[in-house]
Design a protein around this ligand. Sequence first.
Ligand code: ADE
Ligand code: ZN
Length: 341
Amino acid sequence: MDSSNLASIIQGIPKTELHLHIEGSFEPELMFEIAKRNNIPLDYDSVESLKKAYKFNNLQEFLDIYYMGAKVLIHEQDFFDLTWAYLTKVNSQNVVHVEVFFDPQTHTERGIAFDVVIKGIRRALEKAKDELNISYKLIMSYLRHLSEEDAFKTLEESLPFKDWIDGIGLDSSELGNPPSKFVNVFKASAEHGFKLAAHAGEEGPSEYIWEALDLLKVDRIDHGNRCLSDDKLVERLVKDQMPLTLCPLSNVELKVIQKMHEHPVAEMLEKGILATIHSDDPAYFGGYMNENYLETAKELDLNSNQLMQLAINGFEASWLKRNEKDEHISKVKAYFESLNS
Ligand code: ADE
Ligand code: ZN
């Protein structure tokens, strides 16, 4: 595709973001501002020195810094400011629907009340719905390095806010913390009516993807890069049209792949997998939705059909209702048709 206007083509695509950790959208400038007003020292003395530390060899090195940054979030207003900054940013990139993860245990473990966290995030999401016309779902993630018992406590704490939460996720340190560790809490969460997603096959093996499907009974796999090493798994993902929410810049930054041109997304589309593209932790990995689309399109030389498929897959993979998905998908198709006329 002609790369001179690729950026403007990508800008114009109506997009959905389904794999975004709100704590991972914490830009260093805002982090320092909130740290200052809450009088909380950071391990770095300036935005520049913090940014210099954003060099990761694996998921854990990133998570250590990500949890450090989240420590400055104390008040409801802090969670509002964090979420609002993300929503205004993606609004400028023509993202029209978001499904956002939050990690309550990252905050409740530090003594921040569950309601403080969720009220701040929800207030920003509602404001974006009213003022920016961005629709949303909220996904509560369990931290997999903690115990299943801890996840059960979080589920209990969330129940007064059940109507504000659409689904459950599973994130944090993958290796050594397989989906099977969380079978009971996922079953209980499903019984409360929550949709289910889990990170699997980011650093972990393809067996973790099988476990997420067969034991946790998820509706969506986050990442899932490792599936291509297992033909039977690929067959299953295609047959079920199970969405994979891929995060290309994250994969490069966390050394899940060495270079963008090795990214599996094109091969996944080719095989008929419902692959989608998202940003994961944009403040840490060098880009939001547009940058993820752009780098992937450039390095894999994606054509406009592949770009359109990715955008359609995003809405297909979302937890919107069928008629809402169809409305968005027809706008995506109309946009690509307008490019050809
Ligand atoms: N939490 C935030 N980003 C994550 C990622 N990429 N993998 C697992 N847990 C995360
Ligand atoms: Zn993630």
